[in-house]
Design a protein around this ligand. Structure first.
Ligand code: SGN
Ligand code: CA
Length: 529
């Protein structure tokens, strides 16, 4: 930050002292650069800065470094726990029903303003690399180098302005290639302009395929089982009983857990998605495939011989799931480190905001699940760490407990560029919080709404509100046929096992949250619930 005077305030455009002429003179100073790193399905449970027991066995030193030099948000949430809705929310600062992207496969309203367009118009150089995923072209970007749809882990195909709309296969691993393209954007940028770069990784999305160098990592580590691993959903609505995201019933041995040797075994011939694994293996180079088979072959053979059943099989599935997922995280953490090293080498750490987040949280076996979608904490919450160069020394390495949500990114980035956020944006800038100032009227409630039903994993539609302590969830069906509510006291029941809805000891809380939910529905003009 050589030529920028710290003003004390958290606004970037500042006054420069003129070197000659003796007086003070206003000069345009470059606003801060922005790097938004967003992984896909990264649980806060697997970032060691969050302190969860799983992450202690598989630390993430580079992501942790961002936390130790910045602010870690303990109560960061999404508004619809699914990829494309979350991405649409990032770009527009709007809830799903406002930006149109309610479901995974359709909806984005391209007439809505993306924050990238406003930054671009204000002179920022804008780029997005990695997963884009929405059913529209990247809007407001000088440069994009984006994966096809969900993207592949091995030798994925990317599209860029130079490829004339075609996806072109590149040799390598998705996480590394995405970082390569991020660094390429930075190398080729116009130095005099500020930049905003979105680095959107495919990992650790299903089916958790590790990088060749980490295929053996954690093989001897036994990960702890979550307290709710055997949740029987006894106090919950039908939705929790009817989902299809259980490790025991829905996680498959071939596609998810890579036991490719079962291909010709009668019982597994029709496993859903098994073709997906073989298509991924077919994409590999000979060398990649050799490394893959050398790592999985012997342990698969041992597993098949053991002929595990019931709880032993379930436990084996969980361990393989966690090992593969955490191997993918290891590559992410390395690549975050590589990007930071580049920024350091280029002297960019002092004028760049670095944000690390995920498109939503993920179940690491809690309630017996993988995947996301529900308004329960593991998938409603998302990791969020912000390293802002102007964060004061006493704020570095601190945690923030305010309720923040992914509708806040767009206003934060616009505020960074000193651009007024469009009135229709629902979120608020997080910049004041990064210097320890709690804005006077900070939100006390969050609104959540999940729409994608019927769909893979069969999670019922629901909306709800959460305050600092309580959560009210309303599940509904297409024609209102499912109408069931849940109320949780997160302070006394952090695992959300005791549904208190209808419990007369909690009538006041229930009514207060219901009133707030009604108010969100009215003011935000929600059209189904
Ligand atoms: C795919 C996955 C699902 C996952 C969705 C949404 N199945 O359909 O398990 O829930 O993506 O994920 S797979 O067989 O293709 O792996 S999201 O992160 O994009 O929202
Ligand atoms: Ca996701």
């Amino acid at each position: 930050m050589n030529n920028i005077l710290k003003t004390g305030a958290f606004i970037t455009p500042v006054v420069l002292l003129s070197a000659c002429g003796g007086g003070q003179q206003k000069a345009a100073v470059k606003p801060l650069n922005i790097i938004h790193i967003m992984t896909d399905d990264h649980s806060f449970q697997t970032i060691s800065a969050y302190g969860h027991p799983i992450s202690r066995l598989a630390p993430t030193p580079n992501i942790d470094r961002l936390a130790s030099e910045g602010v870690l948000f303990r109560k960061a949430f999404v508004e619809n726990s699914l990829s494309t809705p979350s991405r649409a929310c990032l770009m527009t600062g709007l809830y799903s029903h406002q930006n149109g992207q309610r479901q995974l496969g359709k909806g984005i309203d391209t007439t809505k303003v993306f924050f990238s367009e406003l930054l671009h118009d204000a002179g920022y150089q804008t780029g997005v690399v990695g997963k884009w995923h929405m059913q529209c072209e990247p809007k407001g970007f000088d440069y994009y180098h984006v994966l096809w749809d969900q993207g592949d882990y091995y030798n994925p195909a990317f599209k860029s302005p130079e490829s004339n709309g075609k996806y072109i296969k590149e040799e390598g691993y998705a996480t590394t290639l995405t970082t390569d393209h991020a660094i390429r954007f930075l190398e080729n940028r116009e130095q005099e302009k500020p930049f905003c770069l979105l680095v959107h990784h495919k990992a650790p999305h299903r089916n958790w395929m590790p990088e060749p160098k980490y295929l053996d990592l954690y093989e001897d580590v036994e990960f702890p089982f979550p307290e709710t691993f055997y949740d029987d959903y006894s106090t919950r609505c039908e939705a929790a009983h009817n989902q299809e995201m259980r490790i025991d019933d829905d996680m498959t041995l071939i596609y998810d857990l890579k036991v490719s040797e079962l291909k010709n075994v009668e019982a597994y011939k029709n496993e859903p998605n098994s073709k997906g694994l073989f298509a991924s293996l077919d994409r590999m180079t000979e060398e990649q495939r050799k490394a893959w088979m050398a790592a999985y072959g012997p342990s698969n053979e041992k597993f098949i011989k053991q002929n595990l059943k019931g709880d032993d099989l379930l436990k084996w599935k969980y361990q393989r799931y966690l090992r593969d997922y955490l191997r993918c995280i290891k590559s992410i953490d390395d690549e975050v480190g590589r990007l930071i090293a580049y920024l350091e080498k280029e002297g960019l750490m002092d004028n760049t905001i670095i944000v690390y987040t995920s498109d939503q949280g993920f179940y690491m076996g809690e309630h017996g699940w993988f995947d996301k979608r529900f308004m329960y904490e593991e998938s409603f919450r998302t990791p969020l760490i912000i390293r802002h160069p102007n964060t004061s020394t006493d704020m570095k390495g601190t945690e923030c407990d305010l309720l923040v949500q992914n509708i806040d990114y767009a206003p934060t980035y616009l505020a960074t560029a000193n651009i007024e956020a469009p009135k229709e944006m629902s979120g608020a800038s997080l910049l004041p919080i990064l210097n320890g100032n709690k804005p006077a009227n900070w939100r006390k409630y969050l609104y959540y709404h999940y729409y994608d039903f019927p769909a893979v994993h069969q999670v019922q539609r629901h909306d709800g509100v959460r305050d600092d302590r309580y959560k009210l969830i309303h599940f509904y069906g297409e024609k209102g046929e499912v109408n069931c509510n849940e109320l949780y006291d997160l302070q006394n029941d952090p695992n959300e096992l005791q549904n208190l809805y209808g419990n007369t000891n909690h009538t006041e809380t229930q009514n207060r949250l219901q009133k707030q939910l009604d108010s969100f529905r009215t003011t935000l003009k929600v059209d189904e619930f």
